[in-house]
Design a protein around this ligand. Structure first.
Ligand SMILES: O=C(O)CCC(=O)C(=O)O
Ligand SMILES: [Fe+2]
Length: 275
């Protein structure tokens, strides 16, 4: 579903766009079941390194990342040559204290440009009371703001990083989504979310797309070509998984995680994702 000019203009003006339906409720439920079948077998929620770049490990997660309606919308913003740089599950269990502090994604990513878009895909309904995301409109025009690391246990971000300015709460826009819908946000948009006070899990799969012309300044990094061609070669291309958790997929994921952790945790002693 290509975006019309009004939608494209509103993304660049406000720094976000939502809601966009990218799959049916039934398809979202199918992917949720695939995730939860793994979690049941694993004995608990997906966590640690497996929560990140999950599309390298599971065929169903790779399929979500390549959903034509998602890529059409992203192409409208970034152009035809698209790499998927990262993916992360943001899951909040009902009645828990997990939250996401106000932050800008760009802070630790090391990418040399800000034409980076996150598609946050809801695999379960994410009403306001579930701790839906909140956006600070037009904050992407403020360029990079200082952050401080808290490493707070309940904070779902890699470093528990918080923006070092007061965000006017009354300017925050709630981003409720239904299962199968997505929001898009700009890499400099200030956003966060509160704990889940609903009766169901809040399950978001965040997909980070970049144009092939961007480069990683912090590590020799990897990404997956999901549309068009790559005339730059800044990133080592990652393979799609052939089967869930097969040895080649696990090896490719480990290789990519090393590069991602080197970038996101630079300056710390962390060697893997903390949550
Ligand atoms: O899921 C959330 O509440 C936050 C997600 C987020 O920070 C992101 O996708 O960039
Ligand atoms: Fe974020």
């Amino acid at each position: 579903m290509a975006l019309d000019q009004i939608a494209i203009d509103s993304f660049w003006r406000d720094g976000y766009l939502f809601p966009l339906r990218v799959m049916s409720r039934a398809d979202a439920a199918h992917y949720r079941h695939a995730l939860e079948a793994y979690e049941a077998q694993n004995g608990g929620p997906i966590a640690g390194n497996l929560r990140h770049k999950t599309h390298l490990l599971f065929t169903w997660a790779n399929e979500i990342a390549r959903t034509p309606a998602i890529l059409d919308a992203v192409e409208s913003i970034l152009g035809p040559d698209i790499l998927l740089w990262a993916s992360s599950f943001f899951i909040k269990e009902p009645g828990t204290t997990s939250y996401v502090s106000w932050h800008q994604d760009a802070t630790y990513w090391g990418l040399d440009g800000s034409d980076v878009v996150t598609a946050w895909v809801a695999l379960a309904d994410a009403p306001v009371e579930s701790g839906a995301m909140r956006f600070w409109p037009q904050s992407h025009t403020k360029s990079q703001i200082e952050h401080k690391d808290t490493f707070h246990d309940d904070n779902l971000l890699s470093r528990g990083q918080e923006i070092a300015v007061d965000v006017p709460e009354d300017e925050g826009v709630d981003v409720p989504l239904e299962a199968g819908e997505m929001s898009l946000h700009h890499v400099l948009l200030v956003h966060g979310s509160k704990p889940n006070r609903s009766a169901d899990r809040r399950i978001g799969f965040a997909l980070r797309y970049i144009p092939t012309r961007l480069a990683q300044l912090k590590s020799k990094d990897c990404a997956m070509l999901v549309r068009g061609r790559d005339a730059y070669g800044h990133f080592e291309h990652e393979p799609s998984p052939v089967a869930d958790l097969d040895p080649a997929a696990i090896a490719a994921h480990e290789h990519s995680m090393a590069a991602q952790v080197a970038a996101l945790y630079s300056g710390t002693d962390k060697t893997q994702f903390r949550a």
